[in-house]
Design a protein around this ligand. Structure first.
Ligand SMILES: Cc1cc2nc3c(=O)[nH]c(=O)nc-3n(C[C@H](O)[C@H](O)[C@H](O)COP(=O)(O)O)c2cc1C
Length: 144
């Protein structure tokens, strides 16, 4: 299996979370490619089984959460190109993610009714629960 992990980070928490996701997938035998938004390669992504996309949560802390403008532009540039099943969306935040995942899906052109895999963290560290979630995701990708 191949995974492309792409993130947008300001202070480093999201970048760290992306690295830990990549390391975990790699430890499970997945061939991983980790890059920031500017290095995203559409051709490589087209060949990947898993597309892991992340951004830090922006908003007014309690309401109006959304991905940063740079991530929104990026998402729009690939909207409709990959099926929802291949995505894992992730974010780091301080208080609440609120409308963050809904907005991420929207920018990617995925309907809200589509249940896309998602991970979130306040610390940027991969928890035991996150590891289990990723393991289940990989297992389900293997089982059509
Ligand atoms: C301008 C700004 C707006 C933010 N808005 C929210 C928010 O609405 N909800 C929240 O939980 N965290 C919010 N945060 C906290 C960040 O999402 C959090 O610190 C995140 O981990 C930063 O990721 P980074 O280290 O990759 O840049 C905000 C931070 C900034 C700087």
């Amino acid at each position: 299996m191949k995974a492309v992990i792409t993130y947008y980070s300001h202070k480093g928490h999201t970048a760290n979370y992306a690295r830990e996701i990549a390391m975990h997938l790699w430890s499970r035998g997945v061939s991983v490619s980790l890059c920031s938004l500017s290095d995203f390669d559409k051709k490589k992504a087209a060949e990947a089984d898993i597309l892991v996309l992340g951004c830090w949560t922006s908003g007014f802390f309690v309401v109006g959460q959304h991905p940063h403008r740079r991530w929104r532009e990026f998402a729009r540039s690939i909207a409709g190109e990959y099926s929802a099943k291949r995505f894992i969306l992730f974010t780091t935040y301080k208080i609440r993610t609120g409308s963050m995942f809904r907005r991420m899906q929207q920018e990617l052109g995925l309907p809200p009714s589509e249940r896309v895999a998602r991970l979130k963290s306040r610390t940027g560290k991969l928890s035991a629960q996150d590891r289990e979630y990723l393991d289940n995701y990989i297992h389900n990708q293997h089982t059509p």
